[in-house]
Design a protein around this ligand. Structure first.
Ligand SMILES: [Zn+2]
Length: 186
C-alpha cells in the first residue's frame, strides 16, 4: 500500500477527530438561530410567526425561570415580532434579532436558556391543529382577532382559555353598533 496515502488517511482521521464534532455543532447551531439545540425551550416556524394569531405558548415558556432570551430571525417583519417582544419584556427576558446566510431549517423564533434546559417543548403545535383537537368551532379558530359574542367567548374560555389574547369579548358598544359575531356564523 502506498505510504503517503496511508498518512493522508491518518491525517484525515486526526482532523475529523479534532474538527468533526465542532462542525456538527456548527450545523446544529445554524438550525437553531445560533444556539445549541440543548438550550432551546420552544420554537415557532415561519408560518406560525406570520399567523395573524399570536401563540400564547411562547408567553408561557417566556415566564419560565430558565428562559433567558427570545431570538427572532432577521426576516420576520417588525409588525409580527412586536407582540412576542412585548411578551419577552413583560417577563424580563431579553430579545435579539439574528440573521445569518448560514441559518438552515424552519426555526424562525425561539426561546432559549443560558445552558441546557429542562423544558424542551421543541416546535409548538400549529394552533389550528391544537384548537381543532379541543373541539373549538372552525369559525372561531379561523377568525383570530374577532369580537366574540358571550356564548362564543364562553366556548373559548372553556376549551382554550390561553387563546383569549387573540380575541375580544363583545361589549355593550359592540352590540349597539350591531357587530355580528363571526363565531356564530353558519
Ligand atoms: Zn358568537
Amino acid at each position: 500500500m502506498n505510504k503517503s496515502n496511508n498518512n493522508n488517511k491518518l491525517e484525515q482521521t486526526v482532523r475529523d477527530g479534532a474538527f468533526g464534532p465542532k462542525e456538527i455543532k456548527k450545523g446544529e447551531k445554524n438550525r437553531y438561530l445560533g444556539e445549541f439545540e440543548e438550550r432551546i425551550i420552544a420554537y415557532l416556524n415561519y408560518n406560525q410567526v406570520m399567523d395573524k394569531a399570536v401563540y400564547p405558548e411562547i408567553n408561557e415558556v417566556l415566564s419560565l425561570p430558565e428562559a433567558e432570551k427570545l431570538i427572532i430571525r432577521g426576516d420576520i417583519p417588525k409588525n409580527k415580532s412586536k407582540k412576542y417582544i412585548e411578551m419577552a419584556q413583560k417577563n424580563d427576558v431579553r430579545f435579539i434579532r439574528k440573521s445569518s446566510p448560514e441559518f438552515r431549517g424552519e426555526v424562525a423564533l425561539a426561546v432559549a436558556g443560558k445552558n441546557t434546559v429542562n423544558t424542551k417543548k421543541g416546535k409548538i403545535i400549529d394552533r389550528e391543529e391544537k384548537l381543532q383537537k379541543r373541539g373549538l368551532s372552525d369559525n372561531i379558530i379561523k377568525n383570530a382577532g374577532a369580537v366574540l359574542c358571550k356564548s362564543c367567548w364562553q366556548e373559548l374560555m372553556k376549551k382554550a382559555p390561553e387563546e383569549k389574547i387573540n380575541y375580544r369579548k363583545a361589549g355593550i358598544l359592540d352590540r349597539l353598533s350591531g357587530t355580528g359575531c363571526i363565531g356564530c356564523r353558519k
